[in-house]
Ligand binder design. Structure first.
Ligand SMILES: Nc1ncnc2c1ncn2[C@@H]1O[C@H](COP(=O)(O)OP(=O)(O)OP(=O)(O)O)[C@@H](O)[C@H]1O
Length: 627
């Protein structure tokens, strides 16, 4: 394989012209009944240039279109968008742009069971070119942590770091491969004023290093506002102002709106954009802003020269920012490792690296997860002992066959709920991490899904096994490896199926909905298990549920494993035992003529369908995040 071509950090100028974003607006009931929808314009002819080396803010009142504009600029929103987006003067290739940019979301969801350094190492393994040696990767990680100010908390679990440190860590992840363009959605939300300042100061330093940094921001303090170089002020989808921060107040004054003395210019801008100085200003300013675009750009040139003076904010933070600039450019290289990704072999190695890294990460996270492992281990042992104590001698007693059926049924219920609920409660958080990382092109969804599935497998096999072994021997089931193997096999299958359903629901719904919907879906499945009602007594039009009831396939197979396969007569401690011949009990529960192999095949089919369904649900979720 040819050595990779590593490029130095690029300078990216992002230009956008006449951006419009239209959505369907069936606001009136009549519209909805008629099926006629009007179009509503969310962005109206917004144009501008975002320069490298500058920290650019997008501001405006709630609903002004800030996130919409940023999502369009980041390449996440492409449908119903008209206008032109140019990259260094040439039309933008969206796929390539997404690889050279990153988007740091407002909710910085992190995997909670990793330390800062571990999380950074996994990120480096996923993001840096394969050609980088372990030593080089470690150096980049250490440089990034030092720059971002996280060296002191390398060994701390991400669940224990502060809000400001979380933001910094989210930025550090993306900085690993040194993207030239970075988008930040409200980077200061939820932070106190000192942390806000240090966070924006960090963005400023990154911009000073030559990157193109764009951030949406809500009402910054005057001190924070000063750190920005350029501003895009939006209101109702119009661009009211675009240009240097320090030209904002003179621009409005020239138009006839005076900023009150000692007033924060950022507050003033939001007040104007909210219509506090009169609604009529909004279209008027939008028009003037369009006409003045050229002169503002000329003014930006002036600001560059102002910024070079010792009193400018850049110079105020000069010592710190200069050192940032030096280390950024000297430590990092572009991850556009073309030789890695162009050939078929290169692609396979990339997928393999993604898979192995994600497998290791998932395994570590699951093994440290309180709910997924520690609590589940305790629950499997305790419930196993409890059930064993209650049903201690039912396995070989002809007078207690129904008790034993209850024992088997309860065992399945426990396995389904423990497996499903753990997934339902933990996956929505992981889904946030997946969306962030996948959208920032860390890895493909296929690699993630395969790695997650396989990393989970040992746990999904171990816990059912643990429960079954305890309950099986305590309840005096037959000491027969063949029968025990069938029970273990179906216990694992049902546990995996329940986990897949948990993944499917967790991928598609919010946590609140998922914890409600998950258990509800299990009710019909268990009603049709064959324990409560026979197929013959169920109305024909809902009988089909029995064919998708994974509980029925498992329950009947467990009954057959216990009482089928020509089992010898059971012991009977009473004068008459109707089920002394175990076959009679199978007949009573309509499980006498089933094939365990056929049931196993049906279970595998249901499992595969549910797994595939959860993959598709994730895919749809990711696509819906983009549009
Ligand atoms: N796909 C869509 N369909 C319908 N309306 C939409 C769509 N996307 C955005 N909007 C509307 O466009 C307007 C601007 O939304 P956007 O999220 O960009 O605002 P914002 O300035 O980021 O607001 P906030 O500060 O509250 O997050 C809102 O009224 C929103 O309801």
């Amino acid at each position: 394989m040819a050595p990779p071509i590593l490029h130095p950090t690029k300078s990216v100028k992002l230009e956008f012209r006449n951006l419009n974003f239209l959505v369907n607006d069936a606001s009136s009931a009549l519209d909805r009944v008629r099926g006629t929808t009007k179009k509503r314009s969310i962005l109206k002819d917004v144009s501008g240039v975002i320069e490298p080396g500058k920290l650019t803010a997008i501001m405006g009142p709630s609903g002004a279109g800030k996130s919409t504009l940023m999502n369009i600029l980041a390449g996440y929103k492409t449908e119903n968008v008209t206008g032109e987006i140019l990259l260094n003067g040439a039309p933008r290739n969206n796929a390539k742009f997404r690889k050279m940019s990153c988007y740091i979301m407002q909710d910085d969801v992190l995997l909670l069971n990793l330390t800062v350094i571990e999380a950074m190492r996994f990120a480096a393994q996923l993001k840096l070119p394969l050609s980088k040696s372990r030593v080089e990767k470690e150096r980049i990680i250490q440089d990034t942590l030092e720059m971002i100010g996280l060296t002191g908390c390398q060994g701390v679990m991400t669940s224990n770091i502060s809000g400001g440190q979380r933001k910094r860590l989210a930025i550090a992840f993306e900085l690993i491969n040194n993207p030239p363009v970075m988008f930040f959605d409200e980077p200061t939300s939820g932070l106190d004023s000192a942390t806000c300042y240090s966070c924006v100061n960090l963005l400023k330093a990154l911009a000073t290093g030559g990157r193109t940094i764009i951030a949406t921001i809500h009402q910054p303090s005057a001190r924070i506002f000063e750190l920005f170089d350029s501003l895009y002020l939006l209101s109702c989808g119009y661009s009211l102002y675009r240009g240097p921060i320090n030209s904002l107040v003179p621009f409005f004054a020239k138009e006839g709106i005076q900023c009150p003395p000692y007033h924060n210019p950022a507050d003033f801008a939001i007040e104007v954009a909210s219509g506090d100085y009169g609604e009529h200003w909004i279209p008027k300013l939008a028009k003037t802003n369009d006409m003045n675009a050229n002169s503002i750009q000329a003014a930006e040139v002036d600001v560059q020269s102002i910024n070079k003076s010792p009193e400018s904010p850049k110079a105020v933070n000069g010592v710190q920012n200069e050192s940032f600039t030096v280390s950024i450019t000297s430590s990092f290289e572009d991850s556009d490792d073309s030789s890695d990704s162009s050939s078929q072999d290169g692609k396979v190695s990339i997928y393999l690296n993604q898979f192995t890294t994600l497998f290791k990460r998932s395994f570590v996270c699951v093994s440290r997860d309180m709910m997924l492992t520690h609590l589940r281990f305790a629950a499997s042992v305790l419930v196993g002992l409890f059930v064993g104590a209650i049903y201690h001698d039912v396995g070989n007693d002809a007078s207690k066959c129904f008790d034993n059926a209850g024992n088997l049924f309860f065992g399945l219920l426990f396995l389904v709920f423990s497996s499903m609920m753990c997934t339902l409660l933990t996956f929505p958080l992981e889904r946030g991490v997946l969306i962030r990382e996948h959208m920032n092109c860390w890895y493909s969804l296929k690699s993630y899904f395969l790695a997650r599935t396989l990393a989970d497998l040992p746990f999904q096999m171990f816990f059912p096994l643990l429960y079954i072994v305890i309950a099986y021997f305590m309840t005096e089931q037959p000491y027969d490896m063949f029968r025990l193997s069938i029970v273990i096999f179906f216990a694992i299958l049902i546990s995996l199926t329940a986990q897949s359903i948990g993944l499917l629901i967790g991928a598609a719904c919010s946590l609140q909905s998922a914890v409600f919907i998950g258990p509800i879906t299990a009710i019909p499945v268990f009603l049709f298990s064959g324990f409560f009602v026979t197929m013959k007594s169920v109305p024909a039009y809902i009988r089909w549920i029995a064919y998708v009831s994974y509980a029925r396939y498992s329950f009947q197979s467990l009954l057959t494993a216990m009482y089928g396969f020509d089992r010898a007569p059971l012991k009977c401690g009473e004068p008459y035992c109707h089920f002394k011949n175990p076959r009679k009990f199978l007949e009573a529960l309509n499980a006498d003529d089933i094939s365990v192999v056929d049931h196993a095949i049906c279970m595998v089919v249901i499992l595969v369908v549910c797994r595939f369904g959860s993959y598709m649900a994730l895919r749809v979720k990711i696509m819906s995040e983009r549009n």
